[in-house]
Ligand binder design. Structure first.
Ligand SMILES: *[C@@H]1O[C@H](CO)[C@@H](O)[C@H](O)[C@H]1NC(C)=O
Length: 304
């Protein structure tokens, strides 16, 4: 039984001997002051690595270039987006559905974007008309309504007008437009005479009409407020026509910004068909800056 203390005593004696020996064996390593200082510096460096391993990877300054945009919403916008989410959540739930997830996790602008798009609201008489022919978009609605909320804050509720033509849909699009979108626009301060939302338009039998004529008529119908409201017609700065894509506020604002700084008559978003390999989609409708057909413009095509 006393073999364990004996063993431990023997082990301690052996370790002590080894430590004593270490000094003589490795004397060459830290015999001079320069070497001692060198070893101290190396030890300090290893200690630093242990404290912050990032030093090992890079000595570049950290967090100077943030790659992730940082949205900077006002408290008012945060409250508006939260209210909107709660209202939509309840609307979908009470109609037996569930709220689709937003594709864009945040819609609010960064500080840099807020500064950039100030230009768009500088002229307080000007109006932007937002218009769409749309149906069956209940999955896109959370992003669309959040984007509109952010756009209205950026442009000011007195600088915007809406003309939406909806239908036919067999999902919640019409009910959201009537019960959520209309009250939302009013609550954000858009004057009621600048909001025209028509839901449940009848289906068009495209087999029995000229498709282009029928679509042109629909577009003119959506543009009615321009003819009916002289204050809109005389002050409109741009008409934003959008379709059933997932929208983010900065998409709309950047296009308006580019439109304005280029003094353009018409500006279109880049219309991807596929990204790998990349194709530009609507070559039939699209025009280049020089008004030529996008399809026959080899320069444009080469850049795709
Ligand atoms: C929206 O509201 C629902 C219900 O309160 C909540 O579960 C969800 O996390 C909210 N979503 C966002 C993006 O805030």
């Amino acid at each position: 039984m006393n073999s364990i203390p004996t063993y431990l005593a023997h082990f301690a004696a052996r370790a002590y001997y080894d430590v004593r020996q270490l000094g003589t064996r490795s004397r060459g390593l830290y015999s001079t002051r320069t070497r001692q200082v060198g070893l101290l510096i190396a030890a300090a460096f290893l200690l630093l690595l242990w404290v912050d391993p990032r030093l090992y990877h890079s000595l570049k300054p950290r967090d100077v270039l943030r790659l992730v945009p940082v949205p900077a919403p006002s408290l008012q916008l945060v409250a508006q987006l939260e209210n909107l989410n709660a209202t939509l959540f309840e609307h979908y739930r009470s109609h037996g559905g569930s709220l689709p997830e937003q594709v864009f996790p945040y819609q609010a602008l960064t500080r840099a974007q807020q500064a950039r798009y100030k230009l768009l609201s500088a002229d307080t008489d000007g109006l932007y008309l937002f218009t769409t022919l749309i149906r069956q978009v209940q999955d896109q609605i959370p992003d669309l309504l959040a984007a509109l909320t952010v756009v209205i804050e950026a442009l000011g509720p007195r600088g915007v007008a809406f003309s939406f033509l909806e239908g036919p849909s067999d999902d919640l699009t019409a009910s959201v437009f009537n019960d959520v979108l209309q009250p939302l626009l009013l609550s954000l301060g858009v004057p009621s005479q600048r909001i025209r939302i028509i839901t449940e338009s009848p289906a068009i039998d495209f087999n029995n009409v000229n498709r282009i004529e029928a679509l042109a008529e629909l577009r003119n119908e959506a543009l009615q407020p321009l003819w009916q409201d002289p204050t809109l017609r005389e002050n409109v700065k741009a008409i934003v026509f959008f379709n059933d894509v997932y929208l983010k506020a900065e998409h709309v604002l950047e296009m308006l910004y580019m439109h304005q700084v280029n003094g353009a008559g018409m500006t279109a978003a880049w219309d991807w068909y596929k990204r790998e390999p990349a194709y530009f989609y609507d070559v039939w409708v699209a025009r280049t800056v020089s008004l030529s057909n996008a399809f026959s413009s080899s320069r444009l095509y080469a850049n795709v």
